[in-house]
Design a protein around this ligand. Structure first.
Ligand code: FE2
Length: 183
């Protein structure tokens, strides 16, 4: 958030490096929501899972096109933190997945993409952030109703998952910021 609102975004190379790093996270986000859909058999969750996938499907290719298909950056911390969300689609239950997708990934996208869109729109290089800036508030809310009427013990468990998710996300964002300004 500090980087996107700083003068460092005036530099075209910094903007390109930022998009190269965001591409890695965007690619893993696609894998995450697809895995969630593939492994969801619970009808209570299925309609939200499918509606969300329909709205997000292929958005990473839009960014790839705007980046003119440059090879994205590779960094072990970015790779590991982004892949962690996809891995969790194999191991968590439906409520836990809902927390990670809607109350971590979409909640953070709602904050970051709105700010990023305000800055990046000046340069006309990508409108990748625009669609997210418009719909991610709604994507964050999509998950809320699925988490009604659970036990106190379950909510404590979900808060742990949420905390871990934000820590992984913040580690990914720190690394994206480092990679964006590396000369
Ligand atoms: Fe979204």
């Amino acid at each position: 958030m500090c980087l996107i609102q700083s003068r460092q975004m005036d530099d075209k190379e910094n903007r390109e490096r930022l998009l190269d790093a965001v591409q890695v996270f965007s690619d893993y986000f696609q894998k995450t929501i697809m895995l969630r859909s593939v492994f969801c058999e619970n009808r209570h969750f299925l309609s939200v899972v499918q509606a969300h996938l329909n709205e997000e499907f292929g958005h990473n290719f839009k960014l790839m096109k705007d980046r003119k298909y440059r090879v994205p950056v590779w960094h072990p911390i970015l790779e590991a933190t982004a892949a962690w969300f996809a891995w969790k689609m194999f191991t968590l239950d439906n409520e836990e997945k809902t927390v990670l997708i809607h109350l971590v990934l979409e909640a953070s996208a709602n904050i970051f993409f709105s700010a990023a869109h305000e800055v990046m729109r000046r340069y006309g290089e990508t409108d990748y952030f625009e669609v997210h800036a418009q719909v991610d508030a709604q994507h964050e809310q999509m998950g809320i109703d699925l988490l009604d009427n659970l036990s106190a013990k379950k909510y404590v468990n979900l808060m742990t998952v949420q905390q871990q998710g934000w820590e992984m996300l913040n580690a990914a964002c720190d690394q994206i910021a480092c990679l964006s300004t590396r000369s």
